[in-house]
Write a protein that binds this ligand. Structure first.
Ligand SMILES: Nc1ncnc2c1ncn2[C@@H]1O[C@H](COP(=O)(O)OP(=O)(O)OP(=O)(O)O)[C@@H](O)[C@H]1O
Length: 269
């Protein structure tokens, strides 16, 4: 297995031509959810989630609170419950305009990095966009591994391939379900830096249970807590992403978020 390549972030940084998809400007998405009930248990209730156009919205919360369910409702994997609605800023349906990235890389083990990027094109019967695939592989710093199979790469490298494959779709809206949670701390930190650069102008919902990740990447952060779960008011940290954990503001937000996650009010802490 190849060691994670420490130079990739430099490679991406020096790249002036980060792929910005032409066409659709950032799309805002609004989910208004009455309630979500599984087996008689109300998981989510009276919830309004706004994804601002071209921004990364982080949804943070403890395990089992209902984060992935929200993402699955937006993706259409869970039917939209009654009295609930999803609207977009341009009034069009979300269908065909979403891409999804999971904590598992979901790469095809028998295909090269390059072919993993082209699989979406091929499945849709499109002409494979080889130039775009090569540019994305370069942006995630994997040119040397273009023709390698995923099982010869480290976990961080495979998630970089998965990120490139997600961006290959050119969707304006990305749903990311704990995409970096299986990685070690430093690999995760580097990938967050890379993602901050490559996700510019996309409307992103990023699910995480890591407050550090939310603070590094979130333009807007919501904490989901309770049973049934409700959203906190929006937290909008100052400074551009990726934020530096050494910042004073970062640690203040971190402790406020931890307080909310612990189910306490900030006044009581
Ligand atoms: N299809 C389903 N049928 C029944 N219960 C479900 C279903 N999907 C999720 N649940 C339950 O709903 C609750 C919320 O699940 P969800 O996966 O949305 O939580 P989560 O916050 O994303 O958790 P994690 O961080 O562990 O992934 C959990 O108790 C889960 O067991």
């Amino acid at each position: 297995m190849e060691p994670d390549n420490p130079t990739y972030s430099d490679a991406a940084e020096s790249m002036p031509d980060v792929l910005h998809d032409q066409g659709e400007a950032g799309i805002g998405v609004d989910l208004s959810l009455d309630e979500l009930v599984f087996d008689g248990d109300t998981i989510l209730s009276d919830l309004n989630l706004e994804l601002e156009p071209g921004k990364i919205t982080c949804l943070l919360g403890p395990s089992g609170v209902g984060k992935s369910s929200i993402l699955k409702i937006l993706a259409g994997f869970i039917p939209l419950p009654g009295n609930s609605r999803v609207t977009t800023s341009d009034g069009k349906s979300l269908e065909g305009r979403l891409s999804y990235m999971d904590q598992k890389d979901l790469l095809l083990p028998w295909a090269s990095v390059f072919d993993n990027l082209l699989i979406g094109n091929r499945l849709r019967g499109e002409i494979p966009d080889r130039v775009r695939a090569d540019r994305l592989i370069k942006q995630v710093g994997l040119e040397k591994w273009r023709d390698s199979r995923p099982d010869t790469l480290s976990g961080g490298m495979r998630q970089r391939v998965a990120l490139a494959r997600t961006l290959m779709e050119g969707s304006s809206i990305l749903l990311m379900d704990e995409p970096f949670s299986a990685l070690d701390a430093i690999t995760k930190f580097r990938l967050q830096g890379l993602a901050a650069r490559l996700l510019t102008e996309k409307t992103v919902l990023l699910i995480t249970h890591d407050p550090m990740e939310a603070l590094r990447l979130g333009d807007v952060i919501y904490v989901l807590a309770g049973h049934p779960a409700r959203l906190s008011e929006a937290i909008r940290p100052e400074k551009d992403i990726p934020r530096d954990p050494a910042d004073d503001a970062f640690s203040q937000h971190y402790s406020a978020i931890m307080t909310r996650l612990a189910g306490e009010t900030e006044d009581a802490s």
